[in-house]
Design a protein around this ligand. Sequence first.
Ligand SMILES: [Fe+2]
Ligand SMILES: [Fe+2]
Length: 150
Amino acid sequence: MNALELLKQDHRKVKDLLSELDSTSEGDAGRREELFSTVKDELKVHEIIEEEILYPALKEHPKAREIVLEGIEEHNVVDTLLGDMVSLSVEDETWAAKLAVMKENVEHHIEEEEEEMFEKAQDIFGDDELAAMGAKMQERKKSAESEVKG
Ligand SMILES: [Fe+2]
Ligand SMILES: [Fe+2]
């Protein structure tokens, strides 16, 4: 799987998990906590492979620099919301408000990556480079998963 395919596969998974999480109710705190923990870990691992492998390579290219810098800031916003949510009860109404904002941010970010950033990456890198990056990501994903889950 090449790097862009791998990242898009992660995106589908995160979007599905967020929709599922969004449909849980306050009364089902156990399920909410479980899904939240899964989506949080998925997002962290995904950010790690993007920020360590795709973004630095892409940032070297002037036509992609701005979108990469924006992408990093968008990751930071999501990380802040995730951090806030960890310290709140899933039954808190503020938690649900933060989830709604986090979901919107993630969806917007995914759209921008797929429609703008990945298009640029496709132009900049050759098939061999994208394949090599994909292999590197697959490898890094394994170690990142254990780091994130602690
Ligand atoms: Fe991203
Ligand atoms: Fe992404």
